[in-house]
Design a protein around this ligand. Structure first.
Ligand code: PMV
Ligand code: MG
Length: 331
């Protein structure tokens, strides 16, 4: 019997970079573009991904190390040696890319969640979104990942969320000296809230077709993050959250414009020419657009409050090489 599972993508709406600091809040939207996994019983563990033209077992392999680390954490979660884990074949597809260019909607976070979902389904277990989030974060923290884990929270919940960041250094230190079970039982101090916005607006994702590498951008930008940036960004992010929930389009527009300005001032690496154009074009209409996540390429997001201008805006985006990747009616 073959079991199939999927995991979604995600994009930051507000609070990127600030979310790297404990206590800060970000708004992160699930994007229903999926990765798929098929898992079935086999005589030994075999892993394959359509990103690579070969499959592996559990022997060291750089390309497959994230998937392999996830399998190892799963075995520990089940309290089994790897050799005792019932063997399986796991096939992963859905590259979240086009013409060899990645969309930048969270494929590495998504693959971690996907593998955990597949392994849980294979063991006939149901993991809550929260446990899924903590297991996936554990995998990445143990690997020394420098992200906020906000992507994992969004993908695990498969919903639009508000995420308040936990102290990753503290959890990292704790997991080095404690068991997986003890670490999972610890109060990490994050907060995840599912948002159900009602806003007379279209939510758009514009893809620049310029792949960016978040972990490099984080390294480049991190030193510029100061208390003032954090304070003002957090305030604007919370205002945006309230405005989304209240259906207050003007509030969403103001707060996102302010966050966008803060990001532009934080580092010139964030707003590439195309992301500038994405934002500027939207500003000529009853709409707001900004870079999403680390920036430096990948995708931007927009809210369009007047449906009648949608075609025109999309046409202008297209003229500067920005492709509509996803659209959702928020009303
Ligand atoms: O570009 P993305 O979607 O990977 O987002 C990165 C967001 C940062 O806040 C810059 C980093 C992080 O892990 O939160
Ligand atoms: Mg990105």
């Amino acid at each position: 019997m073959t079991i199939k599972v999927t995991s979604c993508g995600k994009l930051y709406v507000a609070g990127e970079y600030a979310i790297l600091t404990p206590g800060q809040t970000a708004l992160i939207k699930n994007i229903p573009i999926y990765m798929q996994a098929s898992i079935s019983s086999a005589s030994q563990i075999q892993l394959s991904s359509d990103l690579f033209d070969y499959s592996v077992g559990m022997e060291a392999d750089e390309n497959y190390s994230l998937i392999q680390d996830t399998v190892k954490v799963w075995a520990r979660y089940r309290g089994l040696d790897l050799a005792k884990l019932p063997p399986f074949t796991l096939e992963i597809s859905g590259k979240m890319e086009e013409d060899g260019l990645k969309y930048g909607i969270g494929s590495s976070g998504s693959v971690t969640i996907l593998v955990l979902k597949a392994l849980a389904a294979f063991s006939d277990l149901k993991l809550s979104p929260d446990l899924l989030f903590r297991l996936a974060s554990y995998v990445l923290l143990a690997r020394g990942d420098n992200g906020s884990m906000g992507d994992l929270a969004c993908i695990a919940y498969e919903d639009f969320i508000s995420f308040q960041a936990f102290d990753r250094k503290r959890v990292r230190r704790y997991l080095e000296k404690h068991s997986l079970q003890e670490t999972l039982a610890l109060d990490w101090g994050y907060q995840i809230e599912v948002l159900k916005p009602h806003l007379p607006a279209q939510f758009l994702v514009g893809w620049t077709r310029q792949p960016a590498i978040s972990k490099d951008l984080i390294r480049q930008v991190q030193a510029a993050i100061d208390p003032e940036f954090l304070k003002v960004t957090n305030r604007a992010t919370l205002r945006c959250k309230e405005a989304l929930l209240k259906g207050d389009g003007a509030g969403v527009k103001n707060s996102l414009n302010q966050i966008s300005d803060l990001l532009e001032n934080l580092s010139p690496a964030i707003y590439t020419d195309k992301l500038h154009q994405l934002r500027t074009i939207a500003s000529h209409y009853d709409a707001v657009a900004k870079s999403s996540g680390a920036g430096g390429g990948d995708c931007g997001i927009a809210f369009v409050f007047d449906k009648d201008i949608l075609d025109q805006l999309l046409q202008e985006w297209e003229q500067v090489g920005i492709q509509l990747l996803y659209q959702e009616d928020f009303s």
